[in-house]
Write a protein that binds this ligand. Structure first.
Ligand code: ZN
Length: 242
């Protein structure tokens, strides 16, 4: 369940991401009445099992039953984790067309929420998710060799250019690129290849973390055409004041 919003007098629209249908809009009739059959099952960032009526050629279908499988309680109780988990959901909302299934993206989203819940790590897992989501959606950035000349990454600093699709060797890099040290490239490669459970143990501090953050921001703004995810913007305001 990615998000929900009020609909008509007493109903709600729930937007889900499902392995079989992709992003799906469901009308939950009467969900805002005090004794609704849906109870608390329609909260964002909840793994639910649903029964619904699929209406051909319609954008919204009718929810008939919903049951909570994993509530991700720890995530919801910590404002930092909640912000990063919301950012992951927001990314799926922004980057996927309705009813277009993508099982890899579904798996990445459930893995990231489970690891956030278990390990109580936010930022590094969001980075992991951003790279997995990019791969699942067909624009996996290249961090293993120069994306222009195909040459090895040798030297003290490299460049990253989102529109080129990856990292550039010292010969191919130019002034407008995000600057990367070999340590930052290594961190990004590990994020891209490790499972979420192991990525949760990686450190995001220091200059390598700062550069990796810059790369992910560039990647995100190139593919979402927006400067920042709302959930991350919110976290920054909470941390530093408006
Ligand atoms: Zn090159």
């Amino acid at each position: 369940m990615l998000r929900s919003y009020p609909f008509r007098d007493t109903s709600k629209i729930a937007v889900l991401y499902s392995p079989k249908f992709g992003k799906l809009g469901l009308v939950a009739k009467g969900a805002r009445r005090p004794k609704s059959i849906f109870g608390g099952s329609l909260e964002p960032i909840t793994y639910i099992k649903v029964t619904f009526y699929h209406r051909e050629n319609r954008e919204l279908h009718t929810l008939s039953q919903a049951e909570v499988v994993e509530p991700f309680r720890e995530v919801k109780e910590d404002i930092g984790l909640l912000g990063y988990a919301s950012a992951a959901c927001e990314l799926v909302l922004k980057l996927t067309p309705p009813e277009s299934p993508n099982p890899s993206l579904f798996r990445a989203l459930s893995d990231v929420l489970r690891e956030m819940e278990r390990r109580r790590k936010g930022e590094v897992l969001l980075w992991w998710f951003e790279l997995r989501a990019a791969e699942a959606l067909g624009y996996r950035p290249e961090f293993g060799r120069c994306v222009f000349c195909g040459g090895p990454l040798e030297g003290a600093s490299f460049g990253f250019r989102a529109e080129a699709g990856g990292v550039l060797c010292p010969k191919c890099a130019s002034d407008g690129d995000v600057l990367l040290s070999p340590g930052a490239v290594k961190l990004l490669l590990r994020l891209q290849t490790l499972p979420a459970s192991r990525a949760a143990g990686l450190s995001t501090s220091g200059p390598a973390g700062e550069q990796a953050r810059g790369v992910l921001r560039a990647l995100l703004s190139y593919h979402t055409e927006s400067k920042e995810l709302r959930a991350l913007d919110f976290l920054r305001k909470v941390a530093h004041g408006p």
